[in-house]
Design a protein around this ligand. Structure first.
Ligand code: SF4
Length: 389
């Protein structure tokens, strides 16, 4: 069932929406180089795009200094959907913020799983698409955030990869996804789950480790400004080896999820073209370094694709890697994408694969496919919206 909600969500008429030409950077190696150069846009005026220590510039020079602390509290600790609900701010400041509180508009909002899953397609002023999904569970509420608009890495089974790369998201655009979900949950609490985001996974659109400086800033804001625990944050990568090592060397005890999807270089290079640059042995060595530095167990993500990577041979090879890394394996059935003929593995094949891993001494979880009746896998809402750049 697809449930389009009424729209209690403010849009942002202050933003100018301009259509951007298609980004031709689909080739992996070229895209990998251009990733480093793609600029983030200049601030569109949202306070989320302003350094929290400089919010005085947003509230105005005439305002007392405590005003910026009040605004800071509203933005990060106690977010609201509309500036008019920032009750202790003066009316003219609320009015000035009302059209530029968020750095994006809500283009589409869907809910599924009887209200336990919500997905948003946000659109920034320069037409970049951002997707976020919040999923309520009994003991946690997890938000999946995007770190880039689009993605250059072109994994064959991924809707985002099929559209190519638009640009890096700014740290404020990443953090605003968390703030927005919290503001939404304040007005629409989930029935049997925490009413705030307790966990953030960087598994939405984009490769977070290809946008490292802004990822780092966003993690700092989530911990320092929002009061989240580093242990509740999970960075997911398809194997950007230098990024894994940098994350290991950074101080926060965040979690690392490596999306493996194949346990030999030949198949992996087909599914995840980045493997040609960073082959499995290097990815494994970097994951091992992360585990040694952080003392935190790495998880290996495996999208189950029918007849492609759900064979016994792959399970045995994966088990060997997982044992060496002392890693946990998460299996998830493919969410089919419109531009690929790949299908999810059958439930029986997933059970057999999981059993083979367990026989091999590996901890494994078969993850539920939340929101399959909406377009919950990353990039799917954008594909269907037909507005990819
Ligand atoms: S799976 Fe992740 S890294 Fe691969 S194309 Fe999709 S968003 Fe990019």
């Amino acid at each position: 069932m697809q449930n389009r909600l009424p729209t209690p969500i403010p849009t942002n008429p202050g933003l100018t929406l301009k259509k951007k030409p298609a980004d031709p950077r689909r080739d992996l190696l070229k895209a990998g180089e251009s990733l480093q150069r793609a600029p983030a846009p200049v601030s569109e005026g949202s306070p989320y795009l302003v350094d929290p220590d400089r919010l005085g510039e947003v509230v105005g020079a005439d305002e007392p200094s405590f005003r910026s602390d009040q605004l800071r509290e509203w933005l990060y600790r106690n977010p609201v959907l509309e500036a008019r609900d920032m009750t202790n701010l003066p009316g003219d400041l609320r009015g000035a913020l009302s059209h530029r509180l968020w750095p994006f508009e809500v283009e589409e909002h869907q809910s599924a799983d009887r209200g336990a899953t919500h997905k948003w397609l946000f659109r920034t002023g320069d037409q970049a698409a951002i997707e976020s999904v919040v999923m309520g569970y009994r003991t946690r509420t997890t938000l999946c955030v995007s770190s880039q608009a689009g993605c250059a890495l072109a994994c064959t089974f991924c809707a985002t990869g099929q559209f190519g790369f638009e640009r890096h998201l700014q740290a404020g655009e990443i953090v605003a996804q968390v703030a927005y979900a919290n503001a939404f949950l304040r007005d629409h609490p989930l029935r049997n789950s925490p009413t705030r985001v307790t966990n953030v996974v960087f598994m939405g659109m984009g490769e977070p480790l290809a946008n490292y400086p802004r990822l780092r800033q966003a993690i700092g804001l989530m911990i320092g400004e929002m009061g989240m625990s580093a242990r509740s944050l999970t960075v997911s990568t398809v194997g950007v080896v230098p990024g894994i090592r940098r994350l290991a060397d950074d101080p926060w005890p965040v979690n690392l999820a490596v999306s493996l999807h194949a346990a030999d270089d030949e198949l992996r290079s087909r599914l995840v073209p980045l493997n040609r640059r960073y082959p499995l042995s290097e990815v494994e060595a970097a994951a091992s370094y992360f585990f040694e530095k952080k003392g935190r167990r790495v998880s290996l993500e495996w999208t189950m694709i029918r007849g492609v990577n759900d064979h016994r041979t792959q399970a045995d090879r994966l088990a060997a890697i997982a044992r060496r890394l002392r890693a946990h394996v998460n299996l998830i059935a493919l969410n089919p994408t419109p531009l690929s003929s790949d299908m999810p593995s059958t439930p029986q094949a997933i059970r057999r694969f999981a059993a083979a891993l367990r026989e091999g001494g590996v901890n494994v979880t078969v993850r539920d496919t939340r929101g399959t009746e909406i377009d919950a896998a990353c990039g799917q809402l954008r594909v269907r919206s037909g507005r990819g750049s």
